[in-house]
Ligand binder design. Structure first.
Ligand SMILES: [Zn+2]
Length: 689
């Protein structure tokens, strides 16, 4: 079962092509999609039964709120992409609609994924509507004086457009006069060109409104470590897993990501103050910037005339990531809680409806306050009690097994970990304040796993004994213990398929036991790769021209420093001046000590080379449409000085490949290409959340 990705695709296409992998097998709970797959063990079934017994299933308010105001659903559960494939397919998740309890899905996750089956148009209150279940995020429409004001245009143009068509058909046909981005993650801006024509924005006929520093973070959060994030997202999002009770069972925030064409349009209005009022198409809005909580650039919004509170992705029906497994900077749980407290005290006495970019609204002031208080406390408790434990000597390697959510919060569905795993979040808080080390000297400069594993294997008496003990632990339901020893053998002997298969069985049971989709998917994805391997091939390409155009020249140059294989630069030293006359920018890029550094706003008098090229032409190089050499050859780029340094620089650059191993022995080594003659920028993923 090996697949090969032979061409370069945009990330959305990569997800489209591999998410169909493994189809043609039964999607029920009796036949596993993988020939080596196992059903849940009696131990797993018991754990899930225990969870079912203590969870507050008698609180059904979410279901009432989820279905309230339903207007219409389209006939088809699929939305076609421009490229011909399905940009969206809700049909695949209908196994969740049967009402049957799956013993391979945590009952709390199954409940959340059942709620996320909502598909269609809903009235929040007269004048506010949401299209839910058309993408990972909601598309929200507010009726302004002359047209629709849209909060968050989904992830792709096709799904956003389908949402607009649905409201135009069932409520009122109006033009979109404003799009308001709640934050800098792609599932909240990617569909903008499905709703708005950029010429209308330029002509002032429509507005794009965004929180402070939106453009900077829409792109930059995912550039420097982009390739690693892409690879890791295969674990967190389970992109190789078929949608199935044994595989992908929803993403907590929504069922999946839209697979159409993402886009990005620069805002015409930036909300820069902590609190700012603006009248948008006749509707007064109060924006509250909330940087460095859920995203580096984000804002909540209050609409006084409607007593309506939009909580972006800061407050949805889950606890979110303080640490996100695909990789991102650790977030600030205390700050997050404080923003929610500000919402509570500033708008909480007045608000009568609260709605967000994922999940369903809350109605009535009492319910809104209940949710706000519990959300505030969930993040503050996490921050404070983890630090309390740390101050008592609990380390980052233990805290997830020590920290407990207070019982009153455990019983509130909306603060359960459907996106962020509480166990990961606890470690994130320590990481934020104290860093990764527990200071046990054995862990200060540890051997690499592949160097320490042979000693462990030798001391445990070899592979046979380890596998025998692993089987014993597996039979006892001691899956974490089994993974400890089988993992050592995996690193000592990555080719031992018997061990890999047993470890896959262990991971699979752990996956079934998880409430958080990111954890479930990571365990199940690891099982999948141990059994079948990861598709080899070339990296996914950049997300699209809009995203590249949004990247600053400085960021582009800095990324060259990351692509540089410094071993190839040890004997090199030069200075390059770069001038982009059309936007008035200038830079020095300097190579010394096998290190590439960039400074904006300066020019070196002793530069080896000065390159003058308009930023608009440089963008073609950044997008891979045209090489810098071609621009030099046709005179678009002007050179002064010694152009051999360009060849030297290009000779140091590597292309990153997404098919690197997370677990040993799971990927056939990809062919390593070196980029020798152009300034092609490496893969950038706009992973989200
Ligand atoms: Zn989102």
């Amino acid at each position: 079962m090996k697949t090969k990705i032979t061409k370069r695709y945009c990330i959305a296409t990569i997800f489209a092509c591999i998410s169909t992998y493994g189809t043609g097998v039964l999607a029920d709970d009796t036949t596993h999609f993988h020939p080596k797959g196992k059903p849940p063990s009696i131990h797993t079934i018991n754990i899930l039964e225990q969870a079912r017994a203590v969870l507050p299933f008698d609180d059904t308010r979410d279901f009432e709120e989820n279905s309230k105001g339903f207007i219409a659903a389209p006939k088809s559960m699929k939305i076609k992409a421009k490229a011909g494939h399905d940009a969206w397919n809700m049909e695949r998740y209908q196994f969740l609609a049967s009402g049957k309890q799956f013993s391979s899905i945590h009952p709390s996750l199954q409940r959340q994924s059942t709620l996320n089956l909502a598909y269609g148009l809903y009235e929040v209150i007269p004048g506010i509507y949401q299209v839910r279940g058309f993408d990972l995020s909601n598309v929200t429409f507010i009726k302004g004086k002359t047209g629709w004001i849209v909060f968050d245009p989904a992830m792709t143009q096709e799904t956003a457009k389908a949402a607009l068509e649905l409201i135009n058909e069932h409520v009122e046909k109006l033009p979109v006069v404003a799009v308001i981005y709640s934050h800098s993650h792609i599932d909240h801006f990617g569909g903008v060109r499905g709703l708005l024509d950029e010429a209308d924005v330029r002509a002032g006929k429509a507005q794009v409104i965004a929180p402070k520093d939106f453009m900077q973070y829409a792109v930059s959060e995912n550039v420097y470590a982009g390739n690693a994030m892409t690879r890791r997202s295969f674990f967190q999002y389970g992109a190789l897993l078929p949608v199935n009770p044994f595989g992908h069972a929803g993403m907590g925030l929504g069922q999946n990501i839209g697979l159409g064409e993402p886009s990005l349009m620069a805002p015409s209005i930036s909300i820069d103050k902590p609190l700012e009022e603006l009248v948008v198409d006749g509707i007064k809005m109060v924006f509250q910037n909330t940087p460095d909580a859920e995203a580096p650039s984000e804002m909540n919004t209050y609409i006084p005339s409607m007593k309506a509170l939009w909580t972006a992705e800061n407050i949805t029906s889950c606890v979110h990531n303080i640490y996100t497994l695909r990789g991102a900077m650790v977030r600030d749980a205390l700050l997050w809680s404080k923003y929610t407290n500000e919402v509570l005290y500033r708008f909480g006495d007045e608000a009568e409806v609260m709605f967000a970019s994922h999940h369903w609204p809350r109605w009535g002031n009492k319910r809104i306050k209940e949710v706000l208080i519990q959300q505030r406390d969930a993040y503050a408790h996490l921050n404070n009690q983890v630090l309390h434990l740390a101050n008592e000597g609990v380390s980052i390697n233990e805290v997830h097994n020590v920290y407990e959510v207070p019982p009153s919060l455990q019983n509130a569905w909306h603060v359960r970990g459907y996106h962020g795993a509480v166990k990961n979040n606890t470690r994130a808080v320590i990481n934020r304040y104290l860093g990764f080390s527990d200071l046990n000297p054995t862990n200060l400069i540890p051997l690499s796993p592949s160097d320490s594993a042979p000693l462990y294997v030798e001391m445990m008496g070899g592979a046979k004994k380890i596998i025998a003990k692993g089987r014993e632990l597996y039979a006892q339901g001691k899956y974490l213990e089994a993974s400890e020893i089988l993992n050592k053998l995996l690193y000592a002997d990555p080719k031992n398929q018997e061990n890999k298969d047993l470890l896959a069985d262990v991971f699979e049971q752990l996956g079934y036991q998880q409430e958080t989709p990111g954890l479930r998917n990571s365990f199940l994805a690891a099982a999948f790769e141990l059994r079948s391997g990861f598709p080899e091939g070339a990296p996914p390409k950049v997300s699209g021209p809009d995203v590249i155009r949004a990247m600053s020249t400085e960021l582009f140059l800095e990324f060259i420093g990351i692509r540089m294989d410094s071993k190839k630069a040890e004997d090199l030293a030069f200075k390059i001046n770069l001038v982009t006359p059309d936007n008035g920018e200038k830079f020095i890029a300097e190579l010394s000590n096998a290190t590439f550094t960039v400074i904006e706003g300066y020019q070196a008098k002793d530069a080896d080379l000065t390159i003058t090229i308009n930023r608009t032409d440089l963008e073609l190089v950044m997008m891979g449409v045209k090489t810098l050499q071609a621009q030099i050859d046709d005179g678009t780029a002007k050179l002064k000085g010694d152009n051999k340094v360009l060849k030297q620089l290009a000779g140091t650059l590597s292309d990153f490949h997404v098919a690197f191993e997370i677990l040993p022995g799971t990927v056939n080594k990809p062919v390593v290409e070196e980029v020798l003659n152009d300034f092609e920028v490496g893969p950038i993923v706009t992973a989200h959340e």
